[in-house]
Ligand binder design. Structure first.
Ligand code: MEV
Length: 442
């Protein structure tokens, strides 16, 4: 690999976009015209839109597109919805649409938000007398609530705010480690800024009050705040979604009977429940659906990923998040996942496509969006497991991937048309596509 001699650059963020690209081309890309062309090709012609995107973050050079698609026919609590999804994975939207259509004629998805509490902690070190700390906390708790009354005013008007503040002794884990564990209701906003502002105010107030607390000695007055931050682990912000139908109405487009399909499906779910290697991939499949909607609606998919995978370990081991049963010949499939989402604030109202996505979803509340996202996750997992226990994923996946292979080999529209037709009846592999391309080119 060619690696150029590079000197560090200072003041990079102050350069304008053209200057940054220029530096990049000279420093890492040997002045490549192609790289420059590609970077600029993705600039939005509409200057206002381009500027908006540039201001989302620092050092923006271009935009990175993902396909924005739609999966129709989702019957959710009796309402028919089309779900917008942003994803690059070829088969995700097709699989979601298939699962939606299947369940639409079998009662649809029943979904319920169980609770919406979010949380955050002020982590601090106190090496003094525990009883004194307990007395201090009892006295300081109302002061903490008062200290954030300015920050919480608007949120309280919307029915949210700080729900509770608890002192938690963590000294068994780290000497002197305590925390304020704080709970919040943030209504339609995801609430990260609100929660972090409250926590930082709690931290300042805690330090100020400790310095004044008569019972503390000099050392105890120096209670040290380490950090204050929300948690993306939200096991009290849960949504439950389920589908069910008679076993006799399960798939009939496979080579196996309804009963065998149900049995194999249940076994696949059990394997994911007990086997972490499988559980991770199983959950990745449901996250294909979750992330695509989270992203399309301008929510923070990293937070959602972190929270859901942590929830998959809540009992001390990593497990699959979906469950299935057959009782009295009724097949039932369900899951419960934590989702801290917003439909106001952040990118949700700023990113023009996120706004459109929320309009497609009929401007949902955060609770409604939790329901929709959970449905997309369950649908995706159903489609994946159904395929795995019947035909295997490669057949369908490679068919969807065909276009990517054709594009990577610069196929013309006519070549694409001919080969899409050809591969309706043949197995798609990289080499078979190359061979067929060569055949028609000759
Ligand atoms: C691929 O993106 C997702 C799957 O691997 C999920 C699964 O195995 O359940 C098909």
């Amino acid at each position: 690999m060619y690696y150029p001699m590079i000197t560090p650059i200072s003041g990079f963020s102050k350069l304008n976009k053209e200057e940054k690209i220029d530096w990049l081309l000279k420093t890492y890309l040997q002045g490549s015209n192609i790289a420059e062309k590609v970077l600029k090709q993705y600039w939005n012609e509409n200057e206002a839109v381009q500027q908006l995107h540039e201001e989302f973050t620092e050092n923006t050079l271009s935009n990175f597109y993902l396909p924005f698609g739609i999966a129709p026919n989702f019957l959710i609590n009796g309402k028919l919805m089309a779900i917008p999804m942003a994803t690059e994975e070829s088969s995700v939207i097709a699989a979601a649409s298939k699962a939606a259509k299947f369940w639409q004629t079998r009662g649809g998805f029943k979904v319920e938000v169980l609770n919406t509490t979010k949380n955050g902690q002020v982590h601090f070190i106190y090496n003094g007398d525990r009883e004194k700390l307990n007395r201090f906390f009892k006295g300081v708790k109302p002061v903490l609530f008062d200290a954030v009354s300015g920050v919480t005013r608007n949120m309280r008007k919307r029915g949210g705010g700080v729900l509770g503040i608890e002192l938690v002794d963590k000294t068994k884990l780290i000497s002197g480690y305590f925390q304020l564990h704080c709970t919040f209701e943030t209504k339609d906003s995801m609430g990260a800024n609100f929660i972090n502002s409250c926590l930082e105010k709690f931290a300042d107030t805690l330090k100020e009050e400790a310095a004044k607390f008569q019972e503390f000695n000099v050392e105890e007055k120096r209670l040290e705040v380490i950090m204050s931050i929300l948690s993306n682990y939200v096991p009290e912000c849960l949504v439950k979604v389920e589908v069910s139908c008679p076993v006799s109405e399960l798939y009939d487009d496979t080579h196996i009977s309804h009963g065998t399909f149900a049995e194999k499906f249940l076994t696949a779910i059990k394997i994911a429940e007990v086997e972490p290697y499988r559980a991770v991939t199983h959950n990745k499949g449901l996250m294909n659906g979750v992330d695509a909607v989270v992203l399309a609606t301008g929510n923070d998919f990293r937070a959602i990923e972190a929270g859901i995978h942590a929830y998959a370990c809540k009992d001390g081991f990593y497990t699959g998040l979906t469950h299935a049963s057959v009782e009295n010949d009724i097949f039932k499939f369900w899951m419960e996942i934590p989702l801290a989402l917003g439909t106001v604030g952040g990118l949700t109202n700023l990113h023009p496509l996120a706004k459109v996505a929320l309009e497609i979803l009929q401007k949902p509340s955060a609770r409604e969006l939790m329901e929709i996202v959970a449905v997309a996750g369950l649908a995706q997992n159903f489609a994946a497991v159904k395929t795995l226990v019947t035909n295997g994923i490669q057949q369908g996946h490679m068919k969807m991937h065909l276009m990517n292979i054709l594009n990577s080999q610069n196929a013309t529209p006519r070549e694409k048309e001919e080969l899409i037709h050809y591969f309706k009846k043949h197995t798609v592999t990289h080499s078979s596509v190359s061979e067929q391309l060569e055949r028609i080119r000759n």
